[in-house]
Design a protein. Structure first.
Length: 358
């Protein structure tokens, strides 16, 4: 089966993540009857690969956690693996496959096992289902799942179903040997710095990559040296695993390369200032797409609306028929699309859509 290439060894995976990658959180393509649209599901993956993404995260919040209840998780993981494998065959470029896993330990292990069988490289583990577990129980859960696949830690913001995770948890989590990265997405500077400080204090900055999931602070995260426990080496975000990067992915790749260039020249004032200006625009756009005004209720539909306009999706359909844009969200999307045309990759998508929708 295409997409069944051997997984990277843990050391190779750490090196790839440490170089810094754009990893879109993969949406779900549904038809008007809310059935899986396999053609457009694979078209999305092809888009991300051709845009230069270094990985895809599948079965995560942006994919809709409800795919489990709908029985779609195996098919969705398989389709992405096949598309990534065919991309590798055609281009030689390796795109990492990160699978989301949720639920109590038995379920999370089973989902990680499914991903392992399909050739996924790592598992992004949500702890939302273990809402009442203490730190010892949470870390034990993580260790069990890490026996199946290398672990991508995940601090999911409570507004979309996550749970608070304190410094004690992150210190203990970083003692799990097969942790290769952490997606930091609490949408809180205080909690973001708690994770980064735990990483610095662990002495594992060289082997555990930080990935921003803070869609409201993408550029600020990527530009900042997190010098939180001197004289120990500072931490920094290597790349991003983001719902925002599920759209305009070509521009996201260009943005990360610009950040890396600014880092390489010591973050010259002008370059960093220009990037922060773009970062503010991106945050404004994200507020519209993610529906920050209504507590992120329309975040999935907002991303779908952008992809629908580009022709990658047939509509905004979500698994839950009640889930759609919030009142006023369409007007906000229209506003940011008009205000920030440089953020979109419409031209790139238009040139290649016929190849992806095969």
């Amino acid at each position: 089966m295409a997409g069944s290439e051997a997984r990277l060894l843990d050391g190779e995976l750490r090196a790839a993540l440490g170089r810094g990658l754009v990893i879109p959180a993969h949406p779900l393509a549904l038809d008007a009857e809310r059935r899986l649209d396999e053609r457009r599901q694979m078209a999305l993956t092809r888009y991300y690969c051709d845009a230069g993404a270094g990985g895809v995260a599948v079965g995560v919040h942006t994919t809709q956690f409800a795919i489990r209840d709908a029985g779609l998780l195996p098919a969705v993981l398989r389709l992405a693996a096949e598309a990534v494998g065919r991309h590798r065959e055609g281009s030689g470029a390796r795109v990492l496959k990160i699978a989301g896993a949720i639920g109590p330990t038995k379920q999370a292990i089973a989902e990680a096992g499914l991903a392992c069988d399909l050739g996924y490289d790592a598992v992004l583990l949500s702890l939302a289902a273990l809402r009442d577990a203490d730190d010892e129980e949470l870390v034990g859960h993580c260790r069990r799942v890490a026996e199946v696949l290398p672990l991508f830690g995940f601090y999911l913001q409570p507004a979309v179903g996550g749970r608070p995770l304190g410094p004690g948890f992150w210190r203990a989590f970083l003692e799990v040997e097969r942790v290769v990265a952490i997606k930091v997405a609490p949408f809180s500077r205080y909690q973001t710095l708690e994770v980064a400080r735990a990483l610095v204090e662990s002495g594992r900055c060289a082997e555990v990559a930080l990935y921003t999931g803070n869609d409201d602070a993408i550029v600020a995260d990527l530009l900042t040296d997190l010098d939180l426990a001197p004289p120990r080496p500072a931490a920094r975000f290597a790349g991003g695993l983001l719902g925002q990067w599920a759209v305009w992915t070509k521009r996201a790749v260009e943005l990360l390369e610009a950040v890396k260039a600014a880092r390489a020249c010591g973050g010259a004032t002008g370059g960093a200032r220009d990037l922060l200006r773009v970062g503010a625009q991106l945050t404004d756009a994200n507020a519209a797409l993610f529906d920050a005004r209504h507590g992120f209720a329309g975040c999935i539909a907002g991303l779908h609306e952008v992809l629908r306009r580009q022709g990658l999706l047939a509509g905004r359909h979500c698994l839950d028929p009640r889930e759609d844009l919030s009142p006023g969200q369409m007007e906000e999307i229209e506003r940011v699309l008009a205000a920030y045309p440089a953020l979109n990759d419409d031209e790139f998508v238009a040139e290649n859509l016929h190849r992806w929708l095969i």
